[in-house]
Design a protein around this ligand. Structure first.
Ligand SMILES: NC(=O)C1=CN([C@@H]2O[C@H](COP(=O)(O)OP(=O)(O)OC[C@H]3O[C@@H](n4cnc5c(N)ncnc54)[C@H](OP(=O)(O)O)[C@@H]3O)[C@@H](O)[C@H]2O)C=CC1
Ligand SMILES: O=C(O)C1=N[C@H](C(=O)O)C[C@H](O)C1
Length: 253
């Protein structure tokens, strides 16, 4: 594949490495400096674009790729309040977009088991549930996109929780969630690549379900695999569609 990289920070640079290892070619790198001078003609030769930039930049990059008829993988988080309008534009204009809050295989397994766990615990009202995410101090968005996906998986399968709320530890007063609110606690610590924990607590015990990324390689490899999967497809997709865990575990999600 001929790949355009939109964003060339921590993730963009790793994606280039994994793309080349898998025999692909990076034909254009777009960052904040050269972004204003990029036109549609610069994108015409490519097969796919992969965006790991910033929440604001991602929205502009999506529009540019739609105009250029270039299929696009979006790993950037923090823009999901615009998801519905982006989906409508994508489908109306017959474009291809795949997005995901987390491209690692481990986290996608986690997303699936998280839903099953929420369903299993739901009848036992003595348990209260909470999500915790820890990331590096450079992260622009809170809660993490992954934590939002985890929270949505719990809300879909809970008869107690109706919405999620976010508390960034150390910023302002500590938040006390109401009974129907699912608390997502965000911590920012030095160079942590990404740790997500779901905690079910009762008076007598606690269930902890945790994923720890040791580095960013899983995210980067997953983004390249997603770009390969998108080739020849039209429509609006989520990374979870690449994996079919139901075949392994039975359709209980
Ligand atoms: N879905 C997933 O699996 C994962 C998602 N992410 C998400 O990916 C995003 C990027 O993460 P990361 O690489 O760590 O962040 P970095 O800050 O390291 O990189 C962001 C890059 O985007 C560039 N940029 C800024 N504005 C534009 C623009 N208008 N057009 C193109 N590029 C631009 C920045 O340039 P400059 O340095 O010049 O400002 C920088 O190079 C975040 O939203 C993060 O949450 C991260 C890991 C995994
Ligand atoms: O910003 C990051 O670093 C990460 N962002 C993604 C998110 O918001 O969930 C994925 C991963 O956890 C790393």
């Amino acid at each position: 594949m001929k790949i355009v990289l939109l964003g060339y920070g921590k993730m963009g640079q790793l994606i280039e490495k994994f793309a080349m290892k898998r025999g692909h070619e990076v034909v254009l790198i777009v960052d904040e400096n050269n972004r204003p001078s990029i036109g549609m003609e610069d994108l015409e030769e490519a097969d796919v674009a992969i965006d790991f930039s910033t929440p604001h930049a991602a929205l502009e990059n999506i529009s540019l790729c739609f105009e250029a008829n270039l299929p696009l993988v979006v790993g950037t988080t923090g823009w999901y309040e615009h998801l519905q309008e982006v989906k409508e534009t994508c489908l109306e204009s017959n474009q291809s977009l795949l997005y995901g809050s987390n491209f690692s295989i481990g986290v996608n397994i986690f997303f699936h088991i998280n839903k099953l766990l929420a369903k299993a615990v739901d009848p036992y009202k003595q348990y209260d549930v909470q999500v915790e995410e820890i990331h590096h101090i450079h992260k622009l968005d809170a809660p993490s996109g992954t934590a939002i996906t985890i929270a949505e998986g719990i809300l879909e399968n809970s008869s107690t929780k109706n919405t999620w709320v976010n508390d960034v530890v150390g910023e302002g007063e500590e938040m006390i969630a109401k009974a129907d609110e699912l608390l997502i606690e965000s911590l920012r610590i030095e160079e942590v690549p990404g740790t997500h924990t779901v905690l079910y607590s009762s008076e007598v015990d606690q269930i902890e379900f945790k994923h720890t990324a040791h580095n960013r390689d899983g995210f980067a490899l997953g983004a390249v695999i997603a770009a390969e999967w998108l080739q020849g497809k039209k429509g609006f997709f989520q990374v979870t569609e690449i994996f079919d865990f139901n075949q392994v575990l039975g359709d209980r999600s």
